[in-house]
Design a protein around this ligand. Structure first.
Ligand code: BJW
Length: 256
């Protein structure tokens, strides 16, 4: 189904023209982003061979409740390192282009699997944080976002209210997606007429199922990614390249 016709000489990225045409008539656009959109902000993706966050570990060894139960200090060390990267990162032209796209179409639902908050910092509003936010702490006892106790010292971070262990407020393997995020994302995928999957390997469910749901409901589905993914063969248009360059170019082709 992917758009694999040879490109006409006039356009080096024919997929991008098709996406721009679809967007120009869209009533409701739903966008799903993954780690690739933040790669150009200096935040490593998860599964890229050389720079991926899991280069030396299997995902379950770090991003699972079992890993945290077994060795919370080890898991915290990984998250503290990533928090520092996120704090120093700036949104890139891809994040800014999506914030601008929301102003140019009648309705846009933005679902991100990323935990870095860069879409919000670029000016996107109503962002659905499907896998949580790395900069928040959650109390494992009360299961609510919590402040840190002030007398933690070198120990593991503790909840200021009940003294329980804190963990990052993110969704690990085997854990449920926050209900509000799940419902809003499902609604966006089911109602949209254009769905864009940007910078995600489309390997992790239920996020990866949103594109298929959108297509099943009749939406035009496009993928923007620097490499082929599991999803590529099931979309109407594929645009290959870095989202930080392609998304601003898409806006230029879309016009005011
Ligand atoms: C560029 C680029 C550039 C690079 N420009 N592109 C159905 C089938 C099979 C399995 C399952 C299923 N349903 C559920 C499961 C199990 C599991 C799962 O999906 N496993 C698969 C691995 C097989 N899913 C879950 O466990 C989920 N929970 C769940 O289903 O709960 C059920 C339940 C219900 C009720 C009660 C209890 C339970 C939870 C999944 C949680 C995922 N968590 C993580 C960690 C978040 C916290 C943290 O950040 O530490 O989320 S894992 C990690 O993967 C992270 C990401 O959000 C997620 C997706 O990764 P993403 O974003 O796609 O990144 P990459 O690195 O994989 O890809 C980057 C892409 O960018 C590449 O394609 C590059 O080419 C591209 N790229 N630079 C454009 N410049």
């Amino acid at each position: 189904m992917a758009d694999d016709q040879p490109p006409p000489a006039s356009s080096p990225t024919p997929g991008l023209d098709r996406v721009a045409r679809a967007l120009s008539g869209a009533r409701h656009v739903c966008v799903l982003t993954g780690a690739g959109i933040s790669a150009e902000s200096g935040i490593p993706t998860f599964r890229d061979a050389l720079t991926g966050l899991w280069e030396n570990f299997r995902p379950e060894e770090l991003a699972s409740p079992e890993a945290f139960e077994q060795d919370p200090a080890f898991v915290w060390k990984w998250y503290e390192w990533r928090r520092e990267l996120v704090r120093r990162a700036e949104p890139n032209p891809g994040h800014h282009a999506l914030a601008e796209l929301a102003r140019r179409v009648p309705r846009l639902t933005l679902v991100t699997q990323n935990v870095d908050g860069l879409h919000q910092r670029a000016g996107s509003t109503g962002v659905i944080e499907y896998h949580g936010n790395i900069l928040r702490d959650r109390c494992v006892v009360e299961q609510v976002v919590a402040d840190r106790s002030r007398d933690v010292g070198g120990e593991l971070p503790r909840c200021a209210s009940c003294g329980g262990l804190l963990r990052p407020d993110v969704v690990w393997f085997g854990e449920a997606i926050p209900r509000d995020a799940l419902l809003r994302a499902d609604a966006g995928a089911a109602d949209c007429d254009v769905f864009l999957s940007i910078g995600t390997s489309s390997l992790v469910y239920p996020a990866a199922g949103l594109a298929d749901e959108a297509r099943r409901r009749g939406a035009f589905v496009a993928e923007i990614n620097k490499d082929a993914t599991d999803l590529s063969s099931r979309v109407h248009a594929v645009v290959r390249g870095p989202s930080g360059e392609l998304l601003p170019e898409l806006l230029r082709r879309l016009g005011p």
